[in-house]
Design a protein around this ligand. Structure first.
Ligand code: FES
Length: 193
């Protein structure tokens, strides 16, 4: 009785025969160009896997080296957290609701000093926490506006209220003494001065 599952005698073999090089030597003994560009599928797949492994190894090494470089370079930098007190305005230079820009520490990106009322001031980074457009105080609305993508922040806390921004404006802590407004530090959580 014939086994129906056995292959027909003349069915093509599933094994792919390897091409024999003209000199009859095995592939491992052939010149490099012939090993790198084989004409048989099994050998070609082997080369592809080897190339992939080489690529992944090099990519991993580059990834690790990049992270090591970033860690090393950031270890040498001091975060921008000035602790020096710096006079940035006289109290009588700003009416309630008025604002001006200043640098703290000197040479920093512009920051905004805003007078809320007779006694209170707030100060923030002028760069929006979405994509760094300059923000504009809107004291009558109690908000700060970013015109680029219609982002809004709370005037008194710097917290994001609407639009794309998700993080509060970094805040400059202030001290008012003898009619002078001093910057005393920077916080990123919207703490009050
Ligand atoms: S840059 Fe401010 S909302 Fe996009």
């Amino acid at each position: 009785m014939t086994d129906s599952k056995s292959a027909a005698p003349d069915a093509p073999s599933l094994r792919e025969d390897l091409t024999v090089a003209p000199d009859g030597r095995p592939l491992s003994a052939q010149p490099e160009w012939r090993r790198e560009f084989p004409i048989d599928w099994p050998a070609d797949e082997y080369v592809s896997r080897r190339a992939l492994m080489k690529f992944m190894t090099l990519t991993s090494c580059a990834f690790v080296a990049g992270h090591a470089w970033l860690a090393a370079s950031s270890a040498g930098k001091r975060p921008e957290m000035p602790s020096e007190r710096l006079a940035i305005a006289r109290v009588d230079e700003l009416a309630p609701g008025a604002a001006r820009t200043f640098q703290y520490p000197p040479g920093s990106p512009p920051r905004l000093l805003i007078r809320l009322d007779a006694t209170r001031f707030v100060a923030y980074d002028q760069a929006c926490t979405h994509l760094s457009c300059p923000v504009v105080p809107q004291p009558r609305l109690g908000k700060i506006h970013c015109p680029c993508h219609n982002g809004w922040f709370d005037l008194e806390t710097g917290a994001p209220l609407a639009g794309p921004p998700r993080r509060p404006l970094p805040r400059v802590t202030l001290e008012v003494r003898d009619g002078v407004v001093y910057a005393t530090g920077i916080t990123t959580g919207g703490a009050t001065s």
